[in-house]
Every structure is written in C-alpha cells, then in structure tokens.
Design a protein. Structure first.
Length: 133
C-alpha cells in the first residue's frame, strides 16, 4: 500500500437529537460543543474532533450509497479512551447521572475497563492500567 493513514482526526457519530447528545457529551467530557447548524455539533478534544451529525443529515452525506443503521438494532462500534483511574471515572460519571453499562473489570491484558452508552447507543469504553500489587 502506497498510502496509509497517519492518524484519525475526526469521528462522526450519527444521532437523533444533536442538542440532546451535545448536552450528554458536555457532561461526560467537560468540554463545550459548538452547534455548527444543519444538525451538526463539533467538540474539539486533544487530538481529534468529535462530530455529532443528525441521522437524517448523515443519510444525505452518504449520497445514498451507504445506509444509516437503526440505532436500536444494537451497537456496531465501540470507541475507547484512557483515564488515569477507571474506578474514579465511574464515580464521576455516576455523579453526573451517567449509567455504567459494564465494569469496571480487570482484563488479562493489564487494563481495568468499564463502559457507558450514549443516548444513541454508541458504546464508549474507558480504562486505566491495573495498578501493580
């Protein structure tokens, strides 16, 4: 392959209600989203943009070539990020009214993981290294 990706710089999530999802992500990531209009909200994280796109707009962007799945049919993606302490982040999320889907659980590869699900069914896994005993 002569060309290969160097980094991911934008993740777009298809959502039913961009303003509801905007409020959810502002609570989770403690960052302000910018409403760009046309069903689009943008969050700038450290090294990437998280874009929320209204599902109806997404269908138009796909030019009729790729169908947009029903979010209630089950998840098709899991996004992951690191935190310093998975247990502490679970506590913070609970204080912000966010339910934990699973975890925290120790994994054989040395990570302690947990996850939450956003209003549109996107799974976000987060984890930290298991502390040395």
């Amino acid at each position: 392959m002569t060309q290969s990706p160097k980094s991911v710089n934008v993740i777009t999530l298809f959502v039913e209600d961009p303003l509801l999802s905007k409020a959810f992500y502002e609570r989770i990531f403690d960052v302000v989203g910018v409403d760009e209009g046309h069903g689009t909200v943008i969050f700038q994280l450290d090294n990437l943009f998280l874009r929320l796109l209204r599902r109806a707009e997404a269908e138009g962007e796909m030019l009729g070539r790729v169908s947009v799945a029903n979010p209630r049919s089950g998840t098709t993606v899991q996004l992951a990020f690191s935190v310093d302490d998975a247990d502490a982040f679970c506590t913070e999320l609970a204080e912000r009214g966010v339910s934990i889907a699973y975890g925290p659980v120790d994994r054989p590869w040395g990570r302690r993981n947990a996850a939450f699900v956003d209003p549109d069914g996107h799974v976000w896994q987060f984890g930290s290294d298991i502390p040395a005993s």
